[in-house]
Design a protein around this ligand. Structure first.
Ligand SMILES: [Zn+2]
Length: 128
């Protein structure tokens, strides 16, 4: 049976051989929370970020897709306009867009015209 290697601690360690630090949970957490250890971890993480820009880009894309999963792709530009240009909070913009999506769905079932498609076409003509 092994015990914690921290001075004055007699806690017994995992007997299945999975403990590699030689520290009990309390002492391992205390070590991880030490300012010099945290600073070293931040430096290491920043170096990894600089060395792997493509992984960061992929992560950001996937995280954005996950966070924006509620919003159909054709409304994303509108959402960004509301939050970045109009400075609405995420919740306000989301509520507005959900109303707009519901309105567009009602209009589509009544007329067979996709309002979101019309909006993107108007924008394309305005830019051309
Ligand atoms: Zn300990």
């Amino acid at each position: 049976m092994t015990t914690c290697t921290a001075p004055g601690c007699s806690a017994t360690l995992d007997r299945r051989g999975r403990n590699r630090s030689g520290l009990c949970r309390r002492h391992a957490l205390a070590l991880a929370a030490a300012p010099e250890v945290r600073a070293k971890a931040v430096i290491g993480f920043r170096a990894w970020v600089r060395a792997n820009p493509e992984k960061i880009s992929l992560h950001n894309t996937q995280a954005s897709r996950t966070r924006m999963a509620w919003c159909p792709p054709e409304y994303r530009e509108q959402y960004h306009h509301l939050t970045r240009v109009k400075r609405l909070t995420a919740g306000e913009a989301r509520a507005l867009l959900k109303d707009m999506i519901a309105r567009d769905a009602r209009r589509y079932s009544a007329t067979g015209v996709l309002p979101q498609f019309q909006r993107s076409e108007e924008k394309r003509h305005a830019l051309a």
